[in-house]
Design a protein. Sequence first.
Length: 512
Amino acid sequence: MIRKQFCVFALGGLLALTVTSASADDSALLDVLVKKGILTQKEADKLQAEVSKEPAPQPQGLESRLKIGDWVQELDLYGDMRFREYYQTYSVQLPPDHSGHFDKNIQRQRLRFRLRLDATFKLADNFFGGVELGTSDNRDGTTTNATYTSGFDNYNIYISRAFVGWAPIDGLTFVVGKQNNPFYTTELNWASDVGPTGLVERIDFHALFGWGAMGEPAGYSKEGKTPPPAPAPSVNPLELSLIAGQFIFFNNNADSNVSFNKTDAYMFETQLLTRVRLFGGALMIVEAPAVQIWNEAGLGPTGVLANGRPNPATVPTPNGAIGTLNNSAPFPITTRDEFYLQGPGDINFKIAGIPISIYWDLAYNVWGPERFNEVYGPLFSRVTYHGTTPVFSNPAHPSLQDYFGWMVGVRLGQNKKAGDLSLLVDYRQLGIAAADPNINTNDFNLSYFNAAGWRVSLAYNITDFAVFAVTGWFANNLTRNLYGGFATTPSLFPIANANSSQVIAVDLALRF
């Protein structure tokens, strides 16, 4: 009798500790004990009733200490660090004067690092969003690299992403805020770190209309047994997406007495992204033509006085004001005459299991001749010196190469797991009026235009999360020199001031 009562007591405690188990399993165990004569039916019913009254134990893990709203369905935390040795040298476009003090070759070496801390989340009712904190030099919007300075300085961290999106139905998405670049692109037109600020609308027609969708998922058979797994879904042969963005680039003072600086600067871009998969996905072709247009506005002073006049700390010009942007190679004058047709794309396949990507990009400024003459000009093709003062002659007239750019390249391999190796090689040409100078990469030719050259990069995965890479950018000017105007010095922010350049980056990057 004592042994039986002890079994009942122990069994009750065990069932109480496993209250989160399925009630059907508890009942089955009690039925077996009744049949064995260990419990009577009355005792089993009493135990079942007592266990049902026990409150569920509270979780003891991280979820018991981290409190988030019920509407938060998913939260991902991640980040990366990169340490970089960065060397650059270039020869200026102007030939030496006769003073003997002209520095023709400019060199710079920097130790740099990048830290990015990211959080992305999914909310109820199909809302989502993300936040990123990143390093940068002086809030530079084109890069999250920071330069090690002196005296064991501390370094700033900035909000580099803060956006919220809503996907009311499959295939339709809206995003607002400072966000990841929503477009398929290359560094011919966009620096990889740029996060535009504004509104984005995206329609994925293949998801909206169910192109390539499979049938209903398999359920249980009539006998109650699980059927064999359904065959793997077929590859969707066609994906078609329309992406539109309206972005604020510069918020001017509406009360400015300089009329050209009253209007805010906006950028509008629309892209049709097409992916075609052939041979069961073994070959994928991507083409993404885009139209990018800017309104005509000056990039005015960042600060204004009480009477609405521009801050004297900046330098007004007929086209805008100098000293207004924070990127390392700014052209802070105007967004006039910018109407770009772009055509990035790639072809992806494998040979002997090695991923291969052949990629390209195009850029054509419909208003290129006007930008060449009215924004950057007058430009010249010859320079002499009167003492140490340059004298320009032979006016330059725009040709197609001045407002057209292109890139073609190949990437072999990938960098996903330890031991992976990749090689990237591409060549590009970029006319002086072929792209916006404030959003493209500053690695190639130090962001100077009127250039042609190569990029070569070799990357190796030391571990699944650590990659060592060496990248070089090598450029020369196009077939002719351009002098004067905003092309070269003495302009404070010249846009085509490099006759040739070499940039080398040695990186160690880690993900966490």
